[in-house]
Ligand binder design. Structure first.
Ligand code: MG
Length: 302
């Protein structure tokens, strides 16, 4: 078995670039999360949530603080115009950075009640923003501001930023977290990280069918994650699911088969496909940012 990987199935071998090993690009975070890649400029942004800062790394400039304070940002994604969409624990909102650098609120309330602390988001091809709203940013002052939940539940939402229309698309999660569409957008994968606070809580990914591009149905178990739990996840262009876990990035086929792992020495929160060919993983793992090139391409757009 090649060092640094676990191969459960021959189908995983094609993803391994010969001689390629995991590299640590930077360390110094308390809890690194939310990596997002910008092709224009070839750089990565990610959150260091307890330090309330947004970090930036590029091969040219190395790592530096991009924004601090930043509203205790967590997960990020790009919309179809390449604008940064961020989940903010501190401001309990989903925001968007405009091309001039200003940050605007996309949504912070549902029917007049404040959101808990948006955690992760994904933008569908129609421009709608799908995001999870667990309470991690209000449970304590560590990752935001301790506060009561006004909603009293942890929903998954769909926002149309043009009209402001906000709808609940899933209401039966313990703590919904990372999420990603399949390449054809007929499926939505959503992680549940209830196990992070409750020992016997969920540590799995469920898969939903997307009806008419706007509703979810099904929600069957897709994968139980061990060790650790799936926080953030991404889908490659062939529909395989690459998820964070306790020991490395786990790779599942669309049929739920765990075919292999990319081992990482710290528990991971999230990952993103980046690089000019979208074949480079950037992994936020507890204190550090790691990278490794793989023979797979991310499905994120743009
Ligand atoms: Mg998360």
């Amino acid at each position: 078995m090649p060092e640094g990987y676990v191969v459960n199935d021959k189908r995983f071998e094609k993803f391994i670039v010969p001689g390629e090993k995991l590299k640590k690009l930077w360390t110094g975070a308390v809890w690194a999360e939310g990596p997002v890649y910008f092709a224009d400029g070839d750089y990565v942004l990610w959150s260091d949530i307890p330090n309330d800062r947004l970090m930036r790394w590029s091969a040219k400039d190395g790592a530096k603080v991009f924004m601090k304070p930043c509203g205790y940002m967590n997960g990020h994604t790009l919309d179809r115009e390449g604008r940064l969409v961020s989940c903010e624990h501190g401001n309990r909102r989903v925001s968007r950075m405009e091309k001039d650098g200003s940050v605007i609120t996309l949504v912070d309330r549902y029917k007049g009640k404040r959101l808990n602390s948006p955690n992760d988001a994904v933008v569908k091809s129609d421009g709608t923003v799908w995001f999870t709203d667990p309470p991690y940013g209000i449970l304590s002052d560590r990752e935001g501001h301790k506060s009561d939940s006004e909603l009293g539940k942890n929903y998954v939402f769909r926002l149309d930023p043009r009209s402001g229309d906000l709808r609940i698309v899933a209401d039966d999660f313990d703590k919904p977290n990372g999420l990603a569409f399949s390449p054809d957008e007929k499926r939505l994968y959503i992680a549940d990280t209830g196990a992070s606070h409750t020992k016997d809580g969920p540590h799995h990914i469920r898969v939903f069918d997307v009806a008419n591009g706007e509703k979810l149905s099904g929600g069957r178990m897709f994968a139980d994650i061990n060790p650790g739990f799936a926080d953030g996840l991404r889908v490659d262009s062939d529909g395989n699911v690459w998820t964070s876990a306790g020991d490395g990035i786990h790779v599942f086929t669309p049929q739920s088969e765990l075919i292999g792992k990319v081992l990482v020495p710290e528990p991971q929160a999230n990952l993103v496909f980046g690089g000019p060919k979208k074949d480079t993983l950037y992994i936020t793992a507890t204190t550090s940012l790691y990278t490794i090139r793989v023979n797979a391409r991310g499905d994120q757009k743009p």
